[in-house]
Write a protein that binds this ligand. Structure first.
Ligand SMILES: C[S@@+](CC[C@H](N)C(=O)[O-])C[C@H]1O[C@@H](n2cnc3c(N)ncnc32)[C@H](O)[C@@H]1O
Length: 433
């Protein structure tokens, strides 16, 4: 629902300059000293993202942290209100111009006068407070991920021509060192991906949430319509799969500060108990609870916000007693601007499918579209491991996992750089048989 925060690493790729980009990367031995670099065709060189004008700056993506996140569970809600009442509550939250000005000033103050630089300082501080072995592993992981992202699209002959043998040797040595560290400390590359994700989103949660407050929790024009459309599909699926006399549930994966809660309510998700949001960043979850989860309804229930890793969290307790064991738990599962941030896309989709009730829907939406995500990937491959799945990739994955996923592609997403992507952003809808 929002732009990703400033990455602490960005790489671009154009011919021979790749070598100098790699040189920049390998020379930086300290995680916190690696800046954001992007290829600027006009200036014909790699330059720091922070020195680019906003027009020149490539789309950026985030880092979130990886670690074993202790499972922290928070619940809450607004109190049982009608849909109309909720809409009024939302409206009353819209800021006056004076309030917005004040909120902007206070936000700037919290980030030391510059949100981008402030975010980066918070990221740097978190990285340098890590235990030494984790700092070393994170640095190696970042350097290698960047190197791989640079060389993987090259032809064999370009690799030979453009990358000097010493660079390959350094990469091989770093790879070996990283493997050893992972083994020694029982870590995985996913842990390191999650580490960058968590640290980056923790650093930017306050800014993202406050900016959304200032904008009245709505995206601009077309973008909001795309989110609203996805939320209507989700709510419709929850209603249709609700067990008799009970409320169905939606799972919002990578829910951030709860940014789609108002859109789900607008689409008719009246029951507080119908919403479960999970996010790796505890700061995002803190902001979500503050906004959408501080009260409870009369039964002491409410929206549930979880700070944990989607891939490892145990969701069985959120289903109603009858449904959990044999079937799924949720009538709909949504990834809103988040699937590209999670590691191991295929595993994430499989997990999401396993949590769906028969007839439930899996919705993947990215209002800015698939092309935007590819831009984020080239800007920050540490945070964004790959682009969103194309229709062809969905069909292949569905076929490969036919027996366990039981998914059908109901609405085909736009391919990157297509007219459809420009016109409607990314939306994939899958139904569980
Ligand atoms: C681009 S933000 C989108 C937030 C929100 N859905 C929105 O549209 O505003 C991606 C979110 O995915 C979360 N995330 C990344 N990896 C995750 C994981 N393994 N489990 C749960 N959440 C994760 C991040 O913490 C981040 O808040």
């Amino acid at each position: 629902m929002y732009e990703e925060p400033a990455p602490n690493v960005t790489v671009g790729m154009r011919g021979i300059t790749i070598i100098s980009a790699w040189a920049v990367i390998v020379m930086s031995s300290n995680v916190s000293s690696v800046g954001s670099f992007a290829w600027n065709a006009h200036r014909n060189k790699f330059i720091s993202c922070s020195s680019l004008s906003s027009k020149e700056r490539p789309p950026i993506s985030t880092n979130k942290q990886i670690t074993r996140c202790p499972s922290k569970l928070f619940s809450g809600g607004f109190g049982s209100t009608s849909n109309t009442k909720k809409k009024k509550q939302q409206k009353s939250k819209t800021m006056s111009p004076n309030q917005a000005k004040r909120a902007t000033q206070e936000l700037l103050q919290r980030y030391g006068g510059d949100i981008q630089k402030g975010t980066q300082s918070r990221i740097d501080a978190s990285l340098s407070s890590l235990p030494p072995h984790l700092q070393e592993a994170a640095t190696l992981y970042k350097q290698l991920t960047q190197f791989d992202a640079l060389v993987s699209p090259m032809t064999e002959s370009d690799r030979k021509r453009l990358i000097p043998p010493e660079q390959w040797e350094i990469a091989a040595r770093d790879r070996f060192k990283l493997e050893q560290l992972l083994k020694e400390h029982s870590l995985s590359e996913n842990d390191l991906h999650n580490l960058y994700q968590r640290i980056t989103w923790n650093a930017s949660a306050d800014a993202k949430a406050t900016r959304a407050d200032i904008a009245g929790n709505k995206m601009k024009g077309d973008l909001q319509e795309r989110i609203s459309r996805a939320c209507s599909i989700v709510v419709d699926a929850v209603m249709k799969t609700s067990p008799q006399g009970r409320t169905g549930k939606v799972l919002d994966i990578g829910c951030g500060h709860g940014s789609i809660v108002p859109s789900l309510v607008d689409a008719g998700l009246e029951e507080l108990d119908s919403y479960v949001g999970i996010d790796l960043s505890e700061e995002m979850i803190r902001n979500a609870i503050e906004r959408y989860g501080s009260d409870r309804n009369k039964q002491g229930k409410g929206r549930v916000f979880i700070a944990d890793d989607f891939l490892t969290h145990d969701f069985s307790k959120y289903g109603d007693e009858v449904a959990i064991d044999s079937l799924g738990v949720f009538g709909a599962v949504i990834f809103c601007s988040s699937l590209h941030d999670l590691p191991d896309m295929e595993k994430c989709i499989g997990r999401a499918a396993s949590l769906l009730l028969p007839g439930g829907k899996l919705v993947v939406v990215h209002a800015q579209g698939a092309t935007h995500v590819l831009g984020q990937r080239s800007c920050n491959p540490v945070m964004v491991q790959r682009g969103l799945p194309t229709t062809k990739e969905w069909l292949e994955m569905i076929d490969k996992h036919r027996e366990d996923w039981k998914l059908i592609l109901e609405y085909e997403p736009a391919d990157p750089r297509s007219d459809k992507d420009e016109k409607e952003g990314y939306l994939a809808v899958l139904a569980k048989e």
